[in-house]
Design a protein around this ligand. Structure first.
Ligand code: FES
Length: 64
C-alpha cells in the first residue's frame, strides 16, 4: 500500500528501511524522501515506523 504518494513509497519500503536501521522520521526522510513534498503522509508514515520499531525491538536487541 502506498503511504507517500508524492515519492511512491509503500509501507513495505518503510518497514524495510527500519530493518536497515532507520529509527526516526528524519532517517525515513533522508533515505526514502517520505514527507519531503506535501507532507500529508508524515502522520501515517510515523505510525508505520512506530509499529515496525515495536515489532522489531526484540530482533534489534538480539542483533545489536
Ligand atoms: Fe508524502 Fe506528499 S504524500 S510528501
Amino acid at each position: 500500500m502506498y503511504i507517500c504518494i508524492c515519492k511512491a513509497i509503500t509501507d513495505s519500503a518503510i518497514r524495510e528501511a527500519v530493518c536497515q536501521g532507520a529509527c526516526c522520521m528524519r532517517d525515513l526522510k533522508t533515505c526514502l524522501g517520505v514527507g519531503t513534498q506535501c507532507g500529508k503522509c508524515a502522520c501515517h508514515a510515523r505510525e508505520i515506523l512506530n509499529e515496525t520499531l515495536a515489532e522489531s525491538r526484540q530482533d534489534c536487541i538480539i542483533s545489536h
